[in-house]
Design a protein around this ligand. Structure first.
Ligand code: AMP
Length: 581
């Protein structure tokens, strides 16, 4: 049977996938299968594609073409080296490279493909895509919409009719679609988005912040130095990716420039909170598109059966949170969001070949793992709020770090409980580990970083780090996936119930937010306190102490009912916050 491959011909990256042993697989060639959609002419005049072309983009932009997908279906002539090319010709080079990769991996000739395009692509853009295929000696047996492919990757075997929302945020584009799938047939009900919004914009925002630091604090003078700009942009992307699994990222770039004869190094810490603030408006715009798609498809949020995350940028945790807030259900990202569309294209290609492919093999965690902290459940303050670190259905292996805070000054220790389950109150879940972490004397609000690292075999490694001193403890739970028997479960619950009675003191606790401070606290004051808490870490030492003192004073004033004094202190704290920016 002649093979038909599935191809995601993306703006930033492309992938090729195929049905192997009844399951769709992305074809890799000593890499992770992600092939940069870049084409260039090298110094000797030869064609280069993929990572090689991307690597020369900064140094030789006149010989490199990126994001050609944006120009498909137009008459633009793209300069590259000495010549000019049509968009379909540039795309054909990418397709040729993917075809060669497939032939190498499968060990046979490949001349047919299913290719995906955005749902909004016009006839002219679809036609140009077919033409690119022909130029690359690939017969395009079918063009399918990207959201259709994503839906097939998740739901190809689902018989019941379902309505699915696909939130696709990549490097340079954002799309949201609502599709109906019934017995494997997908219909796009609505599709909208923003052609110029994506991870690249987020990188730029971080890079701008770093440039300000370099020209302000570090006193570098050449803002327009292209090498400096390129280094900051690359460092920015690295930090952004790190912040998807950790609350802080440190950006270190040696020899970033010179001040007089002195070599200058960059070392800058960015918190996830700061990053989320930077991109808040962009994310709000994506939610406006979500609302528009709901309206266009005449769907209420409650009519959506599943939310699927596509595109590398959907790994930013705030995106899942926003969608969960709106739809009251957890979005699905367990199929690698970079590969989901290619895998769906392969499933469609398998169908064209008459194969009955069962879908995609996945290693995912069957449970959510988290810890307990001081917080709120349904508006009621509790010492046992369940804070998930690794969510059910996350692809394995996975790791995640979250920041927690000590509850009072000179706290001697924190109790780290590890829970398995889904219930918002930690005590209703199963406790699978419990550790005491001795602390050094430090003011209230000191940061403790908790990291969970879960592998394919259910080995859960836990690490707690006192951020200021770097002191740490490590623990390992060997069988985190083992099903707790009913008996063990009730034993565990009894033990916890007994503890609950004893443990009304927050003594060994830690908190995720200053939620407890909201007790009888006016909303705006609680907000200022939370903002101050989020800024504490990056604040200069002298302001930090003053901030902590003011935070304590405000709390005391509120507790003693002296709101007027609390307001005055709040204004003082606001001033400092404004000053440290
Ligand atoms: P795509 O166009 O779907 O390949 O997505 C590429 C974009 O996803 C780039 O902007 C990447 O920086 C971004 N990206 C990849 N991994 C992550 C991550 N873990 N967190 C945030 N953004 C990511």
């Amino acid at each position: 049977m002649e093979p038909i491959v599935g191809i995601d011909l993306g703006t930033t990256n492309s992938e090729v996938a195929y049905i192997i042993n009844e399951n769709a697989e992305v074809l890799t060639d000593r890499d992770n299968g992600i092939f940069p959609s870049c084409v260039g002419i090298d110094a000797r005049g030869g064609i280069i594609v993929g990572a090689e072309a991307r690597n020369q983009a900064v140094l030789a932009p006149e010989r490199t073409v990126m994001s050609v997908k944006r120009l498909m279906g137009t008459d633009t002539e793209i300069p590259m080296g000495e010549n000019r090319y049509r968009p379909q010709e540039i795309s054909a080079f990418i397709l040729k490279a993917l075809k060669a990769r497939a032939e190498k991996v499968l060990g046979r000739a490949v001349s047919k493909a299913v290719i995906t395009v955005p749902a909004y692509f016009t006839d002219a853009q679809r036609h140009a895509t077919r033409e690119a295929g022909r130029l690359a000696d690939l017969e395009v047996v079918r063009i399918i919409n990207e959201p259709t492919a994503a839906a097939l990757a998740y739901e190809s075997t689902q018989a019941e009719p379902r309505r699915i929302l696909i939130y696709d945020l990549g490097g340079g584009t954002f799309d949201v679609s609502i599709v109906k799938i019934e017995q494997g047939v997908v219909e796009v009900l609505a599709s909208t988005g923003d052609n110029h919004l994506g991870g690249d914009d987020f990188d730029q925002k971080i890079a701008d912040r770093l440039m300000e630091y370099c020209t302000g604090e570090l006193k570098l003078t050449d803002r327009d130095d292209p090498v400096l700009k390129a280094r900051l942009k690359r460092a920015a992307e690295g930090a952004k990716i790190e912040l998807s699994s950790a609350p802080y990222a440190r950006i270190e770039e040696d020899h970033i420039g010179k001040r007089g004869s002195k070599v200058v190094h960059l070392s800058y810490e960015l918190s996830r909170n700061d990053f989320e603030e930077m991109i808040e408006d962009d994310l709000a715009r994506t939610m406006e598109s979500v609302n528009k798609a709901l309206k266009d498809s005449e769907s209420l949020p409650s009519a959506i059966d599943k939310i699927i995350l596509v595109g590398g940028s959907t790994r930013i945790p705030r995106i899942s949170e926003m969608l969960e807030e709106k739809f009251q259900r957890m979005p699905h990202g367990e199929i690698d969001p970079d590969l989901c569309v290619a895998l769906g294209a392969a499933i469609q290609a398998g169908r064209e070949m008459g194969l009955d492919s069962s879908g995609i093999l996945l290693d995912i965690t069957p449970y959510t793992f988290g810890t307990s902290a001081l917080g709120e459940v349904n508006g009621v303050p509790t010492h046992h709020q369940f804070v998930p670190l690794i969510r059910r259905n996350t692809k394995l292996p996975t790791a995640r770090t979250e920041a927690f805070y000590t509850v009072y000054d000179d706290q001697e220790a924190v109790e780290i409980n590890v829970y398995q389950g889904e219930e918002p109150i930690a005590l209703d879940n199963v406790r699978i580990g419990n550790y005491r972490f001795e602390l050094t004397k430090a003011p209230q609000g000191s940061i403790i970083l908790l990291n969970y690292d879960l592998d394919l075999n259910g080995i859960l490694k836990i690490q707690a780090v006192e951020k200021k001193t770097g002191r740490k403890i490590n623990a390992v739970i060997e069988n985190a996936f083992s099903e707790f028997s009913e008996e063990a479960f009730s034993e565990s619950k009894e033990r916890i119930a007994a503890l609950w009675a004893e443990d009304e003191e927050p003594a060994a606790g830690f908190s995720e937010e200053i939620e407890a401070d909201k007790l009888n606290m006016p909303e705006d004051i609680a907000e200022t306190l939370n903002l101050a808490k989020s800024k504490l870490d990056g604040a200069p030492e002298e302001d930090r102490d003053e901030m902590i003192n003011l935070m304590e004073d405000i709390r005391d004033s509120v507790q003693s009912g002296n709101l007027e004094e609390a307001k005055r202190q709040q204004a003082e704290l606001d001033d400092i916050l404004f000053y440290i920016g």
